[in-house]
Design a protein around this ligand. Structure first.
Ligand code: SF4
Ligand code: SF4
Length: 438
């Protein structure tokens, strides 16, 4: 037993190390963005998080996927309570430690609830796999859904199904061993699902059952450890990040595009000679965003929270009319670029330098940005409180203000506003000519 305990503790520490390292890396990438204050109204923020992250309010706009998603989500959270017992058993070398605390009756009730949830998780995973690969729903495909994102989405459903199967087979073998009174397999109560699966293993001898139980136990926990690390490289990071991402949501009114304070200052000074800019008002190194570090930290956290569900793209009028723009791609590109830059900085010993690439142009093209109508449909559709539009606007601002790259119609309009104080090509002195013609 002592060897098993040592192996378990080594695996646990290795998992904790890899997980913490990767989370620290992602945190560093998020914090490399521009500062933005988003911690006002804490009570409203807790309420928003409870409704939109815990309660998944936006998911329920589409009831069928919402119900199946809720099955996986609640199953994932509640069944993981079982992990607490597995951890303690692994460290202390005990077997079903909580039976001695709860008694077989209550313990069996908890395990029965976990087992029913495990069956629901398997069912929901199979439905999601069928939606993806049999029904081939359009929003799961698209230009940005290359090999890895598709594999990632499939892998996660398969892994969850396999983990739940190990959990059920472990309990079934354990239950039979309890009936035999074999070794340390003491009475642990009635297990609703695995007790009804006993006939599958009833012809097996005790040695084989012990093998199945031990294999199920180790495979389940090693799978959970591997899954914990894998999640941090996967779109499934949203399991964790959906919560802070909802808490730090921007409470601006729908459709409001924030001013750039540094530009607003200039305009105010032009229109009002008595205007005094506030003290310490700094001019930024760059107007808008060329790379991820020019974006707000919230936009980078948005990118790491994206589930790649494609709801935004499926509602985007630009995408629906065949344009190159896909708001999901904007988020995936931002995350991938953040990772790339983060690795580069890490390799350079943590020194903040440029690697000669940028989010704009290397990942996201002008053609994509120009296609956006700023309609907000993507923001409204996103179940994880993400705004692809905020990133699009910042990139566009850089294009317009730093590279003067705008569609020719816009350039004409900008020139007119600058020279004539209006978007039209008329001199301000002709503004009242209409009354003479009337
Ligand atoms: S705001 Fe832009 S990206 Fe979002 S749905 Fe509208 S057109 Fe598409
Ligand atoms: S931005 Fe939101 S809606 Fe779009 S793919 Fe990501 S999670 Fe889904």
């Amino acid at each position: 037993m002592i060897v098993q305990q040592i192996v378990f503790i080594v695996l646990l520490l290795a998992t904790a190390f890899c997980f913490t390292k990767r989370i620290a890396f992602i945190r560093g990438n998020i914090l490399s963005g521009r500062a933005e204050k988003l911690n006002d109204q804490p009570a409203r923020r807790w309420k928003y998080m409870a409704l939109y992250a815990l309660g998944q309010k936006k998911m329920f706009k589409r009831i069928v996927p919402a119900v199946f998603h809720f099955m996986i989500y609640s199953g994932f959270i509640i069944i993981n309570l079982e992990i607490a017992e597995i951890m303690l058993d692994g460290i202390l070398g005990t077997h079903r430690l909580f039976v001695s605390v709860l008694g077989p009756g209550l313990y069996g009730t908890f395990i029965s609830i976990f087992e029913v949830l495990a069956v629901l998780v398997i069912l929901a995973c199979l439905v999601f796999l069928a939606r993806r690969w049999v029904l081939r729903l359009k929003r799961f495909f698209g230009r940005e859904m290359t090999r890895w994102p598709k594999l990632d989405a499939t892998l996660i459903l398969v892994i969850e199904t396999v983990l739940m199967t190990f959990f059920l087979s472990m309990n079934t073998a354990d239950s039979l061993l309890q009936d035999m009174g074999y070794g340390h397999y003491h009475e642990a109560g009635f297990f609703l699902v695995s007790d009804s699966l006993k006939t599958l293993f009833s012809s097996l001898d005790a040695g084989t059952l012990v093998f199945i139980e031990r294999f199920g136990w180790w495979a389940h926990i090693v799978g959970v450890f591997a899954f914990t690390i894998y999640i941090t490289y996967s779109k499934h990071l949203h399991i964790f990040l959906a919560f802070p991402n909802a808490w730090y949501t921007r409470f601006k009114s729908s459709g409001k595009i924030s001013n750039m304070p540094e530009v607003a200052r200039e305009v105010k000074a032009m229109f009002d000679p008595s205007y005094q800019p506030e003290e310490n008002a700094a001019t930024p190194d760059r107007f808008g965003a060329k790379d991820v570090t020019d974006l707000s930290w919230k936009s980078i956290m948005d990118a790491y929270s994206c589930t790649e569900c494609g709801r935004c793209t499926s509602e985007c009028p630009a995408n629906l009319t065949g344009k190159l723009l896909s708001p999901r791609k904007i988020m995936m590109d931002t995350r991938d670029r953040s990772d790339e830059l983060g690795y580069f900085i890490k390799k350079s010993g943590g020194e903040k330098k440029e690697d000669g690439k940028s989010l704009l142009h290397d990942y996201i093209s002008m053609e994509e940005l120009d296609a956006c109508t700023t309609c907000q449909a993507c923001v409204e559709a996103c179940p994880v409180s993400i705004s692809p539009l905020d990133i699009i606007i910042e990139l566009r601002r850089y294009l317009a203000m730093e590279e003067s790259k705008v569609p020719s119609e816009w350039a004409l309009m900008f020139g007119n506003i600058e020279n004539n104080g209006a978007p039209w090509q008329f001199s301000p002195s002709d503004r009242l000519n209409w009354k003479d013609e009337a």
